[in-house]
Design a protein around this ligand. Structure first.
Ligand code: 5GP
Length: 190
């Protein structure tokens, strides 16, 4: 999505450790008009996939998930992050390792909100090595739901998570894929 690449070029900041900050429109301040454009594009990409539910992870996935839902007219469920899993049998949980924050956390979704009748579209702001998405895919499997695929705003292609999922046959659509960002220079895959 050319408009997203332009916005990253204009407003994105590259930090040590291959971290891209887009706090001006996606991760801190939210550019809602632009989020709606991204949501429309994701909605188009998955319009024929029978999606019944959008699933994301709090907090930074929620905005783009909501924008996508405004186009697709299905509910959004966000996995909650916890330090310790409270296994009471009423929730699905998975463990996720975050390289950006160098810590593990559990993600939790109540069994109430995802079930085997669902066809789930995963939506997130960033895809790097894929741990966050793999945690969500694990939960979709626990629920016996079907996976429509994953839609991401910004994929850091050089970290391999997206391609690993595509190799497994999962439909992964990213609105911008960054192939490198060495010395602050961002190069996109087309
Ligand atoms: P993964 O699990 O694929 O390695 O990383 C995905 C998660 O880590 C995303 O949900 C996102 O919150 C965070 N993340 C990974 N890389 C970046 C980055 O370069 N910038 C920002 N803002 N978040 C990132």
């Amino acid at each position: 999505m050319k408009a997203l690449e332009d916005k990253i070029d204009k407003e994105g900041l590259v930090f040590p450790g291959n971290v891209l900050k887009v706090g001006s429109f996606l991760n801190h301040q939210l550019d809602v008009d632009f989020l709606m454009e991204m949501g429309e594009e994701i909605g188009r990409l998955f319009e024929n996939d029978g999606v019944t539910k959008i699933v994301t992870i709090e907090a930074s996935g929620i905005a783009i998930a909501v924008a996508t839902a405004a186009k697709m007219h299905v509910p959004v469920v966000f996995a909650k992050k916890t330090k310790t899993s409270n296994l009471n049998g009423e929730s699905y949980t998975a463990n996720v390792h975050s390289f950006t924050h160098n810590k593990d956390y559990d993600i939790v979704i109540s069994k109430q909100f995802i079930n085997k009748e669902d066809k789930v579209l995963l939506v997130d702001d960033f895809l790097a090595v894929g741990n966050a998405l793999n945690g969500l895919i694990d939960i979709v499997g626990q629920a016996g739901a079907k996976l429509a695929g994953a839609a991401i705003a910004i994929e850091k292609g050089f970290q391999g998570g997206g391609d690993a999922l595509r190799t497994k046959g999962i439909k992964v659509e990213s609105l911008a894929i960054i192939d490198s960002m060495e010395d602050g220079k961002i190069i996109y895959r087309h």
